[in-house]
Design a protein around this ligand. Structure first.
Ligand code: AMP
Length: 281
C-alpha cells in the first residue's frame, strides 16, 4: 500500500493500473467497521482500491464540529492496509483548495436544499459536491463507493455524476450497524455511555416505522407519530423525521413505493443521522 499526498502523485500511482478497474472509497478518516464494509465491497469488485482520507473543511457548518472531528491517520492506514487498499490519497487542505480557489459545484433542488441541506446550511452539500467532484476527477475511478447511512449525500452525488456526465459508477453499500442497531459513525465515539443508550432510540424509531408500515399503516403523518413516540423518551433534540422520495427528496404523504425515512437529532452535543427505506426496494 502506498500513501500519496498530491494529485500528481495519485495520478502517477494509478497510471500503470488503468488496464484494470479502479474503485475509489472517499472517507474523512476515523475509520470504523462501516468504512470497512465499503473497502471490502471495493476490494471484491475492483483490481485497484483507492481510499481517500480528507476532512473536508468546506462541508462543516460548525467550526467546533470541524475542530472536534477525530483525526486518527496512523490507525486509519493500518485499517486500510488490513483491508487490502492499494493506494491511500491523504492530501492537505492546500492541495485540495489551493490559493485562489473559486469554483463550487452546487446541486439545486430539494435533494440538496432540504433536511441536511436546511439544517446544516447551503454550504454543506456545496462542500460535499465540490470535494467529491474533485476526488473523482483526481482518481478517475471506474466505481466509487458510498454508504447508505448518508442517503442524501448519495442522492446529491448521483445527481452531480449524472448532470456533469462523470464516467463513474456510483455504488451504494448498506448502512453498517452495531449489534444493537446503532448506525456506525465516527461521531459515536463522542457519546457518553448514557448518551449511547439514548441514541438507540433513533434506530428503534426507524424499526417501529418499518414494522408499522408492514402492518398496513400507509400515511406518513401516522408513521411519523409512531417514530416520535419512540424518540420522545430518549431526550433527543430532534431536527427532523422526514418521509421523502429517495431520489428527489420531495416529501411524500403516503407510502406508495419506496420512501426514505430519515431522522436527525442531537444526543447531548453529538449530532446523529440515520435512515431506512420502506415501501419496497
Ligand atoms: P465519512 O468518513 O463519515 O465521510 O464516511 C465515508 C463514507 O463511509 C461515506 O460514504 C459514508 O456514507 C460511509 N459510511 C459511514 N458510516 C457508515 C455506515 N455505518 N455504514 C455504511 N457506510 C458508512
Amino acid at each position: 500500500m502506498i500513501v500519496v499526498r498530491t494529485v500528481a502523485d495519485l495520478r502517477a500511482a494509478l497510471q500503470p493500473r488503468r488496464d484494470g478497474s479502479i474503485g475509489l472509497v472517499p472517507t474523512m478518516g476515523a475509520l470504523h467497521e462501516g468504512h470497512a464494509t465499503l473497502l471490502r465491497a471495493a476490494r471484491a469488485a475492483c483490481d485497484t482500491v483507492v481510499m481517500s482520507i480528507f476532512v473536508n473543511p468546506t462541508q462543516f457548518d460548525e467550526q467546533a464540529d470541524l475542530a472536534a472531528y477525530p483525526r486518527t491517520e496512523d490507525a486509519d492506514l493500518a485499517v486500510a492496509a488490513a483491508e487490502g487498499v492499494d493506494v491511500v490519497f491523504a492530501p492537505e487542505a492546500a492541495e485540495v483548495y489551493p490559493a485562489g480557489f473559486a469554483t463550487t459545484v452546487s446541486v439545486a433542488g430539494p435533494v440538496a436544499e432540504t433536511l441536511e441541506g436546511a439544517e446544516r446550511g447551503r454550504g454543506h452539500f456545496d462542500g460535499v459536491a465540490t470535494v467529491v467532484t474533485k476526488l473523482l476527477l483526481a482518481a478517475l475511478p471506474d466505481h466509487a463507493y458510498f454508504g447508505a447511512k448518508d442517503a442524501q449525500q448519495v442522492a446529491v452525488i448521483r445527481r452531480l455524476v449524472a448532470d456533469l456526465g462523470l464516467p463513474v459508477e456510483v455504488v451504494v453499500c448498506p448502512t453498517s450497524r452495531d449489534a444493537d442497531g446503532l448506525a456506525r459513525s465516527s461521531r459515536n465515539a463522542r457519546l457518553s455511555p448514557d448518551e449511547r443508550v439514548r441514541a438507540l432510540a433513533i434506530s428503534r424509531a426507524l424499526q417501529e416505522v418499518t414494522d408499522a408500515e408492514a402492518a398496513g399503516i400507509r400515511r406518513s403523518d401516522a408513521l411519523r407519530d409512531r417514530a416520535l413516540d419512540v424518540l420522545a423518551a430518549a431526550l433527543i433534540e430532534l431536527e427532523y423525521v422526514a418521509f421523502v422520495d429517495p431520489v428527489t427528496f420531495a416529501p411524500v404523504a403516503a407510502i406508495d413505493g419506496p420512501v426514505l425515512v430519515a431522522i436527525a437529532g442531537r444526543v447531548g452535543s453529538t449530532r446523529l443521522i440515520d435512515n431506512i427505506v420502506i415501501g419496497g426496494a
